[in-house]
Design a protein around this ligand. Structure first.
Ligand SMILES: Nc1ncnc2c1ncn2[C@@H]1O[C@H](COP(=O)(O)OP(=O)(O)O)[C@@H](O)[C@H]1O
Ligand SMILES: [Mg+2]
Length: 318
């Protein structure tokens, strides 16, 4: 049996409420080991799920276990095993990064004499240089994200929770953050990473848990999930605008057209077609437009949602 399929976290019928708002509805999922993406749009319930796992929120009902330990009764054991990078600021602004990370190490049970060198080591790892001796209040968002990661791993936890780790970072910073996550994974840790960005997830993980409206949409291998929407194709044509409009109209009689974008002298359409492109090549000739491109449409988070929901409908159909 491969390590990938081992369950690290199990959520059974978990419901979490904020007053009258239900943020997680009867949420059941088994999270395998490795890097697992928790993918969903803003407000989906990602942070709520992570907070419930790490013990910051108490579910109204249901049960969560981490490496077999019950979150309600074995919180102390769990706290030693896990690291948590919250979505929002968790840093004490007046501390320097070295102080903060070593302080967090001590809170997690390390001795001061061990926590201090470890703090330096972790700040080296995340790429915080001499700035580590400055108060965190003077840091950029990207630097704060790095320090948040350093404090999450200072006590060398086996299981990590990273809540939107690339939040507020520029493209280069994002890339670096994702590379750090991959490096951490190489040291044999399980990592649950929440994100609303499919692109980010594809760079680090094979396995995705997709959540929306506090409910599980689907989960599994990311490629397989994306394949569900693989039959979308992009068609780009050029020509006189009347001819192009005629092409698009006719295209719509033969295929399901999902999206049409008109640019100067060019039209792009996203169509549903799992067969070859011959009918489209033929149609473009008949309509006297020049076919500029015909290629698979890159799936978006929305496409994955649509195909997951359609898949469920088909399964449910009697
Ligand atoms: N402290 C809170 N009080 C009331 N509602 C909240 C609170 N935190 C989150 N929510 C609501 O719970 C839902 C899930 O939020 P959240 O878990 O933060 O989603 P995500 O992390 O996926 O963006 C949203 O509808 C959000 O508005
Ligand atoms: Mg969130």
């Amino acid at each position: 049996m491969s390590g990938e399929s081992k369950t690290t976290i199990s959520s059974k019928n978990v419901t979490v409420n904020y007053g009258r708002i239900t943020a997680l509805h009867d949420f059941s999922v088994d999270v395998p080991s490795g890097i697992v993406g928790l993918l969903g749009p803003n407000g989906a319930g990602k942070s709520t799920f992570i907070k419930a796992i790490v013990g910051l929120l108490e579910p109204a009902s249901g049960r969560i276990t981490i490496a077999g330990k019950d979150s309600r009764t074995e919180g102390d054991i769990i706290r030693d095993m896990i690291g948590y990078m919250p979505e929002n600021d968790c840093l004490i602004d007046t501390f320097t990064a070295v102080e903060l990370v070593s302080y967090m190490g001590q809170i997690s049970g390390m001795r001061r004499m061990d926590a201090m060198p470890r703090s330096h080591e972790m700040l080296d790892f995340v790429g915080i240089g001499e700035e580590r001796y400055r108060p965190i209040s003077s840091y950029s968002t990207g630097m704060k994200q790095r320090v948040k990661l350093a404090q999450a791993i200072v006590h060398d936890p086996k299981i990590l929770f990273l809540d939107e780790p690339t939040n507020g970072m520029d493209p280069q910073g994002r890339e670096e953050m994702l590379n750090l996550v991959k490096k951490i994974r190489a040291s044999d840790k399980s990592i649950l990473v929440s994100t609303h960005i499919l692109d980010d997830l594809e760079k680090i993980s094979d396995h995705a848990i997709i959540i929306n409206d506090g409910r599980l949409v689907t989960q599994g291998n990311l490629d397989t999930l994306l394949e569900g929407s693989e039959s979308l194709r992009v068609v780009k044509v050029r020509g006189q605008s009347e001819s192009m409009e005629n092409f698009v109209r006719t295209l719509g009689t033969a295929f399901e057209v999902r999206d049409v974008t008109r640019e100067s002298g060019q039209i792009s359409a996203v169509i549903l077609n799992s067969d070859d492109g011959n009918p489209i090549f033929k149609l473009s000739r008949e309509c006297n437009v020049q076919l500029r491109a015909y290629y698979p449409h890159r799936a978006t988070l929305e496409d994955v949602f649509v195909s997951a929901v359609e898949g469920k409908k088909q399964k449910g159909a009697v």
